[in-house]
Design a binder for this molecule. Structure first.
Ligand SMILES: [Fe+2]
Ligand SMILES: [Fe+2]
Length: 133
């Protein structure tokens, strides 16, 4: 079973491209989780981790551009959360690549929980702002 299931009613921020990007991020996290479960760690984890980091950055860039376009006032605080997460993921990847740490279910759950709570608590705020404009 997938670790995290996309649900339009629950997660949508009413911007089609962003919703699609969030859904893709869920898929990447599920792929990591499946790799761990199936013990295919060595081959499939590094490329999935890289893909997750790259896609996360691409998504954050698009989302920040969107918030700017709609004149969202809390862009800077939102951007700071993105930067902190990118930093966490990148330092994990470098520790993973150097053999200092391994990937665990705890880490995958952390990534999933961060993403879910960021969408629900932080991304939803620009959705509300746009809806009230
Ligand atoms: Fe965000
Ligand atoms: Fe987002």
């Amino acid at each position: 079973m997938a670790l995290v299931q996309w649900n339009e009613a629950k997660y949508s921020v009413h911007e089609e491209r962003i919703d699609t990007q969030h859904e893709t991020l869920f898929e990447l996290i599920n792929r990591l989780h499946d790799s761990m479960k199936e013990g295919r760690s060595k081959e499939s984890i590094p490329p999935t981790l890289e893909a997750l980091a790259a896609y996360t950055k691409q998504h954050f860039g698009y989302e920040e551009g969107y918030m700017k376009r709609v004149g969202y006032p809390n862009l800077e605080q939102h951007r700071a959360q993105h930067q902190e997460f990118v930093h966490t993921v990148e330092s994990f990847i470098s520790d993973y690549n150097s053999g200092k740490v391994g990937l665990t279910f705890q880490i995958i759950n952390y990534l999933k929980d961060w993403l879910v709570s960021h969408i629900l608590k932080t991304d939803k705020q620009y959705d509300e702002f746009v809806a009230q404009k």
